[in-house]
Design a protein around this ligand. Structure first.
Ligand code: ZN
Ligand code: ZN
Length: 784
């Protein structure tokens, strides 16, 4: 072509594609597209994403670049497409080249994806060579994050490296026209992982059942018999049992030391879910999404589930099968008479607050005494990942736990961040690795109080830094001196530490999620149970006028002395007694929290309060919800976080359309006093008012407090944006009421859609606050 001067001279473009483009069928897609347009060149993976060179007519190359964006595979998330012109080589063929391990740019790992419909069709097609194969997958579905050992995402870098492909699988893998072309976990019954069923692993009388159908049938029989079975899944072990059997669920609860906390239930399909709970279109979309989270839904009456699944709760956490193995469990085994389960409890395989088990040896040690049998497999899990949990509010997802199916999708930061690691909070820990405009939130790690959780945290931090090749320059941590995460940051991270106030981090997380630029400020309501305040008190009912780099505490709930501080969290009646005492209300014996304590305890508490011994001042909104819950007799002691508040929301929810009492906080300066509200509630209780309307009135009062405070601060500051965060805003009733009142005032309301309002979202806020301190706005010196 050289020397020819035609108008249609070929051009060659080198194109760099970044984002989630590995492990999602991107290279086969590029290959098909290039062939379609008769372009020459090649495509490959490297640590920076996908690199492409295409050569052909300029109009075809332009068309190629457009279609690259428009027709990308469903699981791809393209962050950028950057073409540059390079010299032509005359290449006519298009090929896929080997991965390049070099390259300084970065890539992203896809989350694990639920098995797709095409694979499911093959799974239940008795003539298919992968018929009833529990590890069937393709470029559009299957394990990703949980099997990734390092990048680039290629088979030798996954836990599938131990399985050599058979000839048939290798042919599919190498055929650009095949839907398993370069699907890294591709496998079949001849060459891939296998399942087995066993009883008492390693012990006397161990029985092992090999073969898919025999193992599935044995599992179904064990479940039907009321046994607890450890089922190895995608991101870890589940403990499974029959959700219609009170005996089975009671056994599981007793062994797992989990008395009341609702257990997730898996059912065969959407039709069964609709029998058990109210499933609207938005809920159905989330239930069947490729992420397949646990969705908290309102229970329907008269279901076959035992009440023990979610005692005293109007909600049911439902999820649908997301691995081929799950689907097999919910379908009859040909030739077997084993009963097919109707609904299975599927709870994380762990003890109480410990992290999920994912390693086979560790699972034997830690789960051995909890289970009667095992349904295991030999595909190693490298990255443990719990199921995600979401609620649906205003037709959109409100994350409660962001983990499998979502992690480690990056969040786009509103500004360029220094490479940093945010250590997250103490409960529901997740951490965040950030660099440039990307923030990778980790999967759910757990409650840092347990030593195994700290170990899991350290391992995951190492994994993230290795996978993404990011060397943090700074570590961000909560300011609480007692948090394990702060201790880790200061003692072990060996980097400069930026301390971030807890509630500031909550508000910054919402701001970042909504892409607010640096310099923006919001009126932030950070309502939660516990967070270390700048004055050493326990905060939690905070109104902040906040930007990323700083905040002003504009208002807060009045301090109440809490005897025993954080130990009160599991005893809402003590929060009630403290609030009554602070409001000057007698501990008379007609009040439920007084009846819930012993005379001796009352004497001790009174002495503590009068003398201020071992009393921690707190402005916690979470404790106020606890107090009201106890006053209404709804809940005096709890076995899991926010239990009392959830039950209060439930009581209120049924009475929102009826007349309700009109309660008010008293606001003086920057202090919000719940005293008048509590006195009115106590009067109503004494008059024999039913709990429902009182709980409804309380919710309305908190929503009005938010609206009135936002209105007042909006007028004085000119800010029209309101951000709601903190665990209290997992309460969808409260969010709904507050949103309606704020929007009526013409204010813009920012709530969480991507990370949880609880401490599971804290790390994102810590990351942006710390990063903002390393910016150098005009006229100001950067900190470093
Ligand atoms: Zn598939
Ligand atoms: Zn094979």
């Amino acid at each position: 072509m050289t020397g020819m001067s035609t108008a249609n001279a070929a051009v060659r473009h080198r194109i760099r594609v970044t984002g989630v483009v590995q492990g999602v069928g991107f290279r086969p897609f590029v290959h098909r597209l290039a062939n379609d347009l008769a372009l020459g060149g090649y495509v490959g993976n490297d640590a920076g994403g996908v690199f492409v060179e295409v050569e052909g007519q300029p109009s075809d190359v332009a068309r190629f670049e457009r279609r690259l964006l428009d027709e990308a595979p469903p699981m791809a998330r393209i962050a950028g497409v950057e073409p540059t012109q390079v010299g032509t080589t005359g290449e006519r063929q298009f090929r896929i080249v080997e991965s390049d391990r070099g390259g300084g740019a970065r890539t992203f790992i896809s989350p694990d994806v639920a098995v797709c419909d095409e694979c499911l069709d093959e799974l239940f097609d008795l003539t298919d060579r992968r018929s009833r194969y529990p590890f069937i997958n393709c470029t559009n579905c299957g394990p990703r994050f949980s099997i990734t050992v390092r990048l680039p995402y290629d088979r030798p870098n996954t836990t599938m490296r131990g399985f050599a492909m058979c000839r048939a699988c290798a042919t599919e893998y190498a055929d650009p026209a095949d839907r398993r072309f370069h699907a890294q976990p591709v496998a079949c019954p001849a060459c891939g992982p296998r399942i087995s069923f066993s009883t008492v692993i390693g012990g006397a009388g161990e029985q092992v059942v090999e073969g898919t159908d025999a193992a599935i049938a044995a599992t179904q029989a064990a479940l039907a018999d009321g046994q607890v079975v450890a089922v190895k899944g995608l991101g870890g072990y589940h403990l499974a049992c029959d959700a219609t059997s009170a005996t089975a669920v009671a056994t599981l609860r007793a062994r797992k030391a989990r008395p009341d906390k609702p257990l997730a239930v898996m059912v065969r399909d959407l039709a069964v879910a609709q029998v058990l709970a109210n499933v609207g279109p938005a809920e159905a979309a989330v239930l069947t999404s490729p992420a397949r989270p646990i969705v908290l839904l309102l229970k329907r009456g008269g279901s076959r589930l035992t009440e023990l699944v979610a005692p005293d709760s109007p909600y049911l956490g439902l999820l649908l099968p997301y691995t081929p193995l799950h689907h097999l469990l919910f379908h009859p085994v040909p030739g077997s008479t084993a009963t097919v389960p109707y609904a299975l409890v599927m709870t994380s395989g762990n003890l109480a607050d410990e992290p999920i088990c994912y390693d086979d040896d560790d699972a034997r040690d830690r789960l051995g005494h909890l289970v009667d049998a095992w349904l295991a497999h030999n595909r190693p899990i490298h990255v443990p990942c719990d199921d995600s949990v979401v609620r649906v509010e205003a037709g959109a997802e409100l994350p409660v736990r962001r983990s499998r199916g979502y992690a480690p999708l990056p969040l786009r930061l509103p500004f360029v961040a220094v490479a940093l690691l945010a250590a997250g909070g103490e409960l529901k820990n997740t951490f965040c690795l950030a660099s440039g405009r990307d923030a990778w939130m980790s999967q759910h790690i757990g409650d840092m109080g347990a030593l195994p959780t700290l170990t899991a945290f350290k391992r995951s931090v190492r994994q993230f830094a290795e996978m993404y090749q990011v060397s943090p320059q700074v570590v961000a941590a909560d300011a609480h001196p007692g948090y394990q995460t702060r201790r880790w940051a200061e003692d072990e991270a060996d980097l400069p530490v930026e301390l971030v106030q807890h509630h500031h981090a909550h508000i910054a997380a919402v701001m970042a999620e909504h892409g607010l630029p640096l310099g923006e400020r919001v009126i932030g309501f950070a309502f939660d149970g516990t967070g270390y305040g700048s004055d050493g008190a326990i905060w939690g009912g905070e109104v902040l006028v906040a930007g990323y780099d700083e905040f002003e505490r504009a208002a807060h709930l009045r301090y109440v002395p809490l005897p025993g501080g954080d130990t009160t969290i599991r005893k809402p009646y003590r929060a009630a007694l403290a609030h009554l005492w602070a409001a000057g209300i007698d501990w008379s014996e007609d009040l439920p929290p007084v009846l819930a304590s012993t005379p001796a305890e009352l004497t001790v508490l009174r002495r503590q309060l009068e003398r201020g011994i071992q009393c921690v001042p707190t402005s916690s909104m979470g404790r106020l919800f606890d107090a009201v819950s106890s006053l209404l007799g709804a809940r005096h002691t709890v076995s899991y976080e926010a239990q009392a508040a959830i039950e209060l929301e439930t009581v209120a929810g049924a009475h929102m359309n009826e007349p309700m009492p009109d309660y008010h906080f008293q606001v003086t300066g920057d202090e919000i006093d719940p005293g008048p509200l509590l006195r009115a509630i106590v009067d109503d209780i004494r008059r024999g008012c039913a709990p429902g309307p009182v709980a409804a009135g309380f919710h309305a009062a908190v929503a009005s407090l938010v609206a009135e405070t936002a209105d007042r601060l909006g007028r004085s500051s000119g800010i029209e944006r309101v951000a709601l965060s903190g665990g209290v805003f997992q309460n969808v009733l409260l969010v709904r009421l507050a949103r309606a009142r704020l929007e009526r005032l013409g204010m813009q309301v920012l709530t969480h859609r991507l990370v949880p309002p609880n401490d599971g979202g804290l790390a994102l806020g810590q990351a942006v606050v710390a990063a903002s301190r390393y910016q150098s706005p005009p006229g100001r010196e950067a900190r470093r």
